[in-house]
Design a protein around this ligand. Structure first.
Ligand code: CO
Length: 220
């Protein structure tokens, strides 16, 4: 039976490297978890969240699901947000999507994969809401890119609409929600400029999404 020896060997090397740069690294890590960031991103294997933004173990709390969705009844995601905000007291929540997202593509093209089609239904709802904007795109690729951006922006709104984040703002907790998108073609993140750090910011972003104003999102 293949016991993935390779991976276990690589793990030992990784731990050795970290220990060489800081002999007390794992000892310190085992005592305390104080991340400043919560990452909510896509499960796509081509993205390595903490690594790609130069963070070490212990510096970022992470939740990932297909197409980086924040659904109001998803207890898994909500529990992660609640623990991160109320207990770990993270200062930033980064909602990160990516271009060429298989989940967004499957939803948009109505490809059937099984159970997941129901999860991706949320993106189809967004495609209907933004039908006019998407139809304005010149090519099919541009349309998909736009939907990937829209999805991130709408998920930032969803995070801001949770009771968890709203209560944190109401009690004066320092908490900012960001929307980023990742280019798989060059490994670079782009800030979508939908940052919200108060109920007022949240309301104004919500209005923009309700009016579907063009200024949200960057486009390629
Ligand atoms: Co994806």
């Amino acid at each position: 039976m293949d016991k993935l020896k390779n991976l276990l060997e690589q793990n030992k090397q990784w731990a050795r490297n970290l220990k060489e740069s800081d002999p007390q690294f794992f000892e310190k890590l085992s005592r305390l978890q104080t991340p400043e960031f919560l990452w909510i991103g896509c499960s796509d294997s081509r993205i390595t969240p903490a690594n790609s933004i130069g963070l070490l173990p212990g510096e970022m709390f992470v939740h990932r699901n297909i197409a980086n969705l924040i659904i109001h009844t998803d207890m898994n995601c909500l529990s992660v947000i609640q623990f991160a905000v109320d207990v770990l007291k993270v200062k930033h929540i980064i909602v990160c999507g990516h271009y060429d997202c298989g989940g967004v593509k499957a939803a948009f093209e109505n490809t059937r994969f099984g159970l997941i089609d129901n999860w991706l239904r949320h993106i189809q709802d967004l495609a209907h809401k933004y039908e006019e904007e998407l139809n304005n795109a010149k090519t099919a690729n541009e349309r998909l890119d736009k939907l990937c951006e829209i999805n991130v922006i709408e998920q930032v709104v969803n995070v801001g609409e949770t009771t968890i984040v709203q209560d944190a703002w109401l009690r004066g907790q320092n908490l900012t929600v960001h929307g980023w998108i990742y280019y798989i073609t060059d490994g670079i993140y782009q800030d979508l400029n939908v940052t919200i750090e108060s109920l007022e910011d949240m309301k104004s972003l919500l209005l923009k999404t309700l009016n579907k104003r063009q200024e949200i999102g960057v486009g390629r």
